[in-house]
Design a protein around this ligand. Structure first.
Ligand SMILES: Nc1nc2c(c(=O)[nH]1)N[C@H]1C(S)=C(S)[C@@H](COP(=O)(O)O)O[C@H]1N2
Ligand SMILES: [Mo]
Length: 437
């Protein structure tokens, strides 16, 4: 073979033999098996004929078809429920659009974008209506942001630890790259009056979700979203237009956005009176609990999986906070007795998911895995007993306590509570039919 024939991608044969020797040498500590024959000798059928041709819109590999959202088993009414994102089967810190969690109160409207309008009116100098074509002419920005339902993780309030996968228990949160128009740009056009203090956003679905948001937040960082992960919004996420309210409760992120009324007071609509208000232990009630607290959980390994045997594992998970960026994640493998810093994988952005990783040598003894996040505001994710003490037993929203996964001697991973006040390992079945907001 002349040097001219050399394929720049192939290693010389001598190096290849060296590689095989080295592979056999590391096999003692690796999870892989030693290579006994040259792997290039046997050709699989897919190497002997041309592959499938091109497609107009790509789909996941056939062998990955089981990676799916988990829809509410018992919708309370047509189109009222949720589908949980399979957090335990995903990697990185962005959610594929097709696996973004869903929460609708009355289904997904089939909106004709040519007839959809955004109207901004109320306490303004100029009430204005925008078509989609109008909106598509404005300058845009892109940012990563999580959206988390205020009811996410709320099986945690139950007396016994619900058994389910990380996605089934905590998957009403997702993180996307959103592109759209800063709401501030359109507010500058309509010119709110001096008395204006709130915006009241309304969706064009049959539920007409109506939510009040302080005008200061609307001006600060709210986004009129047109694109999600590079493509136009999915119908499930609010096509053709949704409001993004960074770091605040999911319900405020009004989908299929059509009306923005500028007001001097909040609407006191259903989801800010009969829902999203909670009695505290001292008898007072809290309302307008906008910001999502710092939260983290280990997604790998997590409940429902089984470690194949003692040895090396990478513990990995997700952390986020509505108050800013993640500043630290600690991992415990002994139920919270000792903690060690996890590695944060860039980018580490405000109000976005941060992936954390931690190397662990499992001896085969029982272990309890936990993660704990601190955010840039200094807030720390609480233990379950601390959260229960501050929020009482009437709480339903904003469960963000440390999550504990127990690893049994046979490698089986389950959900446990480790607080002194909770019965450890007394399992509850997973009943999620009313586990959203
Ligand atoms: N118009 C409208 N907007 C809506 C809802 C709805 O039912 N209708 N559900 C809200 C709730 S409770 C949440 S948690 C988020 C969920 O957003 P997603 O379905 O894109 O994940 O949308 C919010 N926006
Ligand atoms: Mo929600």
């Amino acid at each position: 073979m002349s040097p001219d024939d050399a394929d720049p991608d192939s290693e010389p044969a001598a190096d290849r033999r060296g590689f095989l020797r080295r592979a056999a040498a590391v096999a003692a500590t690796s999870v892989a098996v030693p290579v006994l024959a040259d792997p290039r000798d046997a050709l699989e059928p897919w190497r002997t004929q041309p592959g499938r041709s091109f497609s107009t819109y790509g789909q996941p590999a056939a062998a990955e078809i089981a990676v799916q959202r988990w829809p509410s088993p018992n919708p309370a009414a047509p189109g009222n429920g949720a589908s949980w994102s399979p957090l335990h089967q995903l990697e990185g810190s962005l959610t594929p659009a097709g696996l973004h969690f869903e929460r609708h109160h009355n289904g997904i409207p089939d909106i004709d974008p040519a007839r959809h309008e955004l109207r901004i009116f109320g306490r303004v100098r100029h009430a204005l209506a925008y078509t989609l074509d109008d909106l598509l002419r404005y300058p845009r920005i892109t940012r990563r942001c999580f959206i988390e339902c205020g009811g996410n993780s709320n099986t945690g309030w139950r007396d016994k630890p619900a058994q389910g996968t990380a996605g089934h228990l905590h998957g009403l949160v997702s993180c996307s790259e959103w592109t759209g128009i800063p709401l501030a740009a359109l507010l500058a056009e309509v010119e709110p009056q001096a008395a204006a203090a709130w915006i009241i956003a309304e969706g064009a679905d049959a539920f007409s979700l109506t939510m009040s948001i302080p005008l200061a937040k609307a001006r600060e960082d709210c986004l009129l979203v047109l694109f999600q992960n590079g493509e136009r919004l999915r119908p499930e996420q609010g096509y053709p237009l949704r409001l993004l309210v960074p770091g605040w409760e999911g319900v405020l992120n009004v989908k299929w956005l059509t009306n923005v009324q500028i007001s001097d007071q909040p609407a006191m609509a259903r989801n800010e009176t009969s829902k999203y208000t909670e009695l505290l232990p001292d008898g007072s009630a809290r309302a307008f609990t906008f910001v999502m607290e710092p939260k983290s959980l280990i997604t790998m390994p997590s409940a429902g999986s089984r470690l194949p045997g003692p040895g090396w594992y990478e513990i990995a998970g997700l952390a986020w906070s509505g108050y800013g960026a993640v500043s630290r994640v600690e991992v415990s493998v002994d139920g919270g007795d000792t903690w060690a810093a996890a590695v944060l994988e860039p980018p580490v952005l405000a109000q976005a998911w941060t992936r954390f990783r931690y190397g662990w040598q499992w001896t085969g003894a029982e272990a309890v895995l936990q993660s704990r996040v601190t955010d840039t505001s200094g807030r720390v994710q609480p233990s379950r007993s601390a959260l229960l003490a501050s929020r009482g037993r009437s709480a339903y929203f904003h469960y963000h306590a440390i999550v504990s996964w127990a690893v049994a001697a046979d490698g089986a991973v389950s959900h446990v509570y480790v607080d002194a006040t909770s019965p450890r390992n007394e399992l509850d079945e997973l009943l999620m039919d009313r586990a959203w907001d």
